[in-house]
Design a binder for this molecule. Structure first.
Ligand code: ADP
Length: 303
């Protein structure tokens, strides 16, 4: 009995030892897997940290880039603004120079009355330059401009008189077709004249190398007040880029490419449209359309 008992105990002991052996092997296996997984996790963690650091660096670079961009867009706006100022002041300055030279000559010849009228014109031009700078100052407070009725025919006449010095230097045939009744629009006369001067100057420039330069100006009143300026120059090269700021085909010093960009801005502000096309028989055609100010007498008659 003792022997059998001893054998049974031994058998149990062996079984128990075997069970412990397999259990510890499984645990060791699991531990190895666990260790492998944690190593992978550590590697992943490291990669994540590296990525976060990279992101932070990129964000910092982006912030710096944004700052630089803001700075340079401010500078660009400033550049555009100063170019616009010099562009718009150039015309009256050139006219003033011519009138001054004329006045000097007239004074030398003792023709004081005529010299005085030249001075009057210079005075008008100074007034105009003041108005342009005032207007640029009010850019910051956009939308506060006070509009008043403007006679398009009268604005055209004073724009043409601004162009007089250039017209005197060249033989350009200018034809004007105006309706009998005044064409009225609501707006700022100085700015409307600015658009007209830009269109006329472009037409004069375009016809520079024509043998018989001709510019036709047509003012009409229909659904809108429309001013058409047509020339017999070579026509427009790139209709898509025409109104973009700084697009110019002129020599440096002759043009900066702001006239049409400024003009279309002005016409848009007045609720109108500035359009350009090439004429059927060559040359360029510019059309400024502005909302027409209905004649009060007509409104009364309709009522
Ligand atoms: P700038 O006169 O300083 O060049 P604008 O904005 O007034 O600037 O004109 C831009 C460009 O549009 C001109 O350089 C020219 O190429 C073109 N353009 C304007 N008007 C005419 C025209 N009447 N005929 C042909 N091209 C024109």
């Amino acid at each position: 009995v003792n022997g059998v008992l001893a054998l049974e105990v031994m058998g149990f002991a062996i079984l128990l030892a075997l069970a412990f052996y397999f259990l510890s092997r499984r645990t060791a296996g699991r531990l190895a897997i666990f260790q492998r997984e944690s190593a992978k996790l550590r590697a992943l963690n490291l990669a994540l940290q590296r990525e976060i650091a990279e992101r932070k660096r990129v964000q910092q670079t982006l912030a710096v880039a944004e700052q630089t961009l803001e700075q340079s867009s401010k500078l660009a706006a400033l550049g555009e603004m100063s170019a616009a100022v010099s562009h718009e002041l150039n015309q009256p300055l050139a006219a003033m120079k011519t009138y001054l030279a004329g006045a000097r000559l007239l004074l030398k010849r003792n023709r004081q009355d005529e010299a005085l009228s030249s001075f009057g014109r210079i005075d008008d031009l100074i007034e105009r330059m003041g108005a342009i700078t005032r207007q640029l100052k009010s850019y910051a407070r956009k939308g506060q401009e006070a509009f008043s009725p403007v006679d398009m025919g009268a604005a055209l006449a004073s724009s043409l008189s601004m162009m007089e010095p250039q017209l005197r230097q060249r033989q350009v045939q200018i034809s004007r077709i105006l309706p009998d009744n005044p064409v009225m629009v609501m707006g700022d006369r100085m700015r409307i004249e600015q658009v007209m001067v830009n269109l006329l100057r472009n037409a004069l420039d375009a016809t520079k190398s024509e043998r018989n330069p001709q510019v036709d100006i047509i003012l009409s009143a229909g659904e809108t007040a429309t001013l058409t300026v047509r020339d017999n120059g070579p026509g427009i090269e790139d209709l898509d880029a025409l109104f973009e700021p700084f697009y110019t085909t002129k020599q440096p010093g002759d043009g900066v490419g702001l006239g049409l960009a400024i003009s279309s801005g002005i016409v848009n502000d007045l609720g109108g449209r500035l359009m350009a096309r090439n004429g059927q028989n060559g040359g360029a055609v510019f059309e400024m359309q502005l909302p027409i100010l209905a004649d009060e007498t007509k409104i009364e008659a309709a009522e």
